[in-house]
Design a protein around this ligand. Structure first.
Ligand code: ATP
Length: 490
């Protein structure tokens, strides 16, 4: 939990996360932050705490994956003097230390079941009793948790308390791996160069095109942490100049491609292969992604049009930088300086965005699987078609029906894209999970026809929008069935 308090990135995803961070910072409820290791969960927890009205009070971190069950329990609840034989001194538990502030439980999925129950009780009662204590102590503590394991799976297997899961996941933030938001790599890499320039008193001026090209194509199994460690190592070994391809480790040097379009096409295949794999299967995930990594040509190729365009457009664009890059900057790590240095690098980011993010560049508009500025961009045209059809039929438009259709379509699409994970679907739609569940319940009770089996058949509204080539009939049925089981508690 040390280091910078800045949240860097310009992808649609990171902007969405920033939005969620602002929203949950205003609340006092528990927060669950999910994502693979190194995606920035600790950083987000810190920012939420800093931005909340508890920000001036302590943020107490506890890693649930370390220590024995008993010592974790003592850490959390504390003990009175004389509780152990020969132990004279009392010790305050973390829950007490965090009073008025935040307790951050890292890797909550590793918390033993017995302790999960004690934590849930403490959260529900707002009271704890230390070991050897005779009275209950009121605690006003916000709990933020993080996990890189899929808690839903743990609940299903009986390794995690369902009630605790629902209490925590009411406000949840998912951080996708960096390979799903590669647009953020240049900005993060440049940010880390500045960070370690300051910390190590170095004067590295930036990252060359070839080197950045390789960074963009790496798989980053340990996500941002791996990128940060790499940049730190390079800055330590170098004194000045820019980071070039020869400064990178050999496995990265081989990633430079002579054809950036080929890279996008190949990466698209990789992404299609890996995206549906749930968080819990990270090992499989890495295997799959590595198997499918494209074979890039060796370094030194110069015909990377996109990259060359970058340098030509740099001077042209340097004066027209937008402020769209979210930077949540706080804290003690000379963040002002970092931000100042960093803002100069916005130019670099935007140029990389233009060259590597085809959604912002007409040259590549059909290629980019990496940037997802608008996850639902295909939906408005479907709605347009639907409206046209209604008008053509001469029946006019039923305003409320069209609005309802649009809402249904967005919800269905979000669920489909998240493999029916309601937490993530709610995140995609920037709505609370409970709101989503309510809407699904309404949808289930208002129109669908229940079959004898208890499953729910799609109503005609969904058929109208079945134009994506995806058979969503099973999906709708499964979705409503889930409602009566999984969601009845929430
Ligand atoms: N968006 C970001 N902008 C700047 N730095 C970031 C960002 N996300 C993560 N980092 C940095 O990357 C490093 C790894 O992030 P962090 O420790 O928060 O990840 P994590 O998901 O909590 O990892 P773990 O699961 O291993 O605890 C930290 O130094 C953090 O400051």
């Amino acid at each position: 939990m040390n280091g910078s308090y800045a949240l860097m990135g310009s992808s649609a995803i990171i902007r969405h996360v920033q939005h969620l961070v602002y929203k949950v910072a205003e609340l006092s409820t528990a927060v669950l932050i999910t994502g693979e290791p190194g995606t920035g969960k600790d950083a987000i927890a810190k920012i939420i705490h800093e931005r909340s009205n508890r920000g001036k009070n302590p943020l107490i971190p506890l890693k649930c994956s370390t220590g024995q069950d008993e010592s974790l329990e003592l850490d959390l609840f504390g003990y009175e003097a004389g509780y152990f034989q020969g132990n004279a001194q009392a010790r305050l538990g973390y829950l007490q230390e965090a009073i008025g502030g935040t307790l951050y439980l890292d890797e909550i999925g590793k918390l033993p079941l017995k302790l999960q129950a004690s934590l849930l009780k403490a959260m529900n009662d707002g009271m704890i009793r230390s070991f050897g204590g005779k009275t209950d102590i009121p605690i006003n503590v916000r709990v933020i948790c993080s996990t890189s394991i899929d808690l839903e799976q743990l609940v299903k297997r009986g390794h995690f308390l369902e009630d605790l899961y629902y209490k925590l996941s009411n406000s949840s933030i998912y951080l996708p791996p960096i390979r799903e938001r590669r647009e953020d790599i240049p900005i993060l890499a440049e940010f880390f160069v500045q960070k370690f320039n300051q910390l190590k008193s170095k004067k590295i001026v930036g990252i060359s095109h070839d080197a950045m090209n390789a960074l963009l194509q790496n798989v980053w199994t340990h996500n941002i942490q791996e990128l940060e460690n790499l940049i730190e190592r390079i800055v330590v070994l170098k004194n000045s100049g820019s980071i070039d391809i020869c400064d990178l480790p050999p496995r990265l040097r081989n990633l430079v491609t002579d054809n950036i379009d080929a890279f996008y096409d190949r990466t698209s295949q990789v992404q299609q292969n890996i995206s549906p794999i749930p968080m819990g299967n990270q090992n499989n995930y890495h295997n799959v992604s590595q198997q499918n990594m494209p074979h890039f040509s060796k370094m030194g190729q110069q015909n990377m049009n996109s990259v060359n365009n970058y340098s030509q457009s740099l001077s042209r664009d340097i004066n027209s930088q937008s402020n769209h890059t979210p930077t949540l900057s706080k804290g003690n790590l000379n963040s002002n300086n970092l931000q100042n240095n960093y803002s100069q690098n916005n130019a670099v980011q935007n140029n990389y965005n233009q060259n590597f993010n085809p959604s912002q560049s007409s040259n590549h508009s059909n290629h980019n699987p990496l940037a997802r500025p608008n996850m639902f961009e295909d939906i408005p045209s479907e709605i347009d078609q639907f409206i046209k059809k209604e008008i053509d039929l001469g029946s006019g438009i039923d305003f409320y029906r069209v609005v309802e259709e649009f809402e249904n379509r967005l919800i269905s699409e979000a669920l489909r894209r998240t493999n029916h994970n309601k937490n993530r679907a709610a995140q995609l739609l920037s709505m609370n999970r409970t709101t989503l569940v309510e809407k699904l319940k309404k949808r289930a009770t208002s129109s669908p026809i229940k079959a004898e089996t208890g499953r729910v058949k799609r109503n005609s509204a969904f058929t109208i929008f079945d134009g994506l080539g995806n058979d969503s009939s099973d999906f709708d049925a499964i979705d409503f069935v889930n409602l009566s089981t999984e969601d009845s508690a929430s």
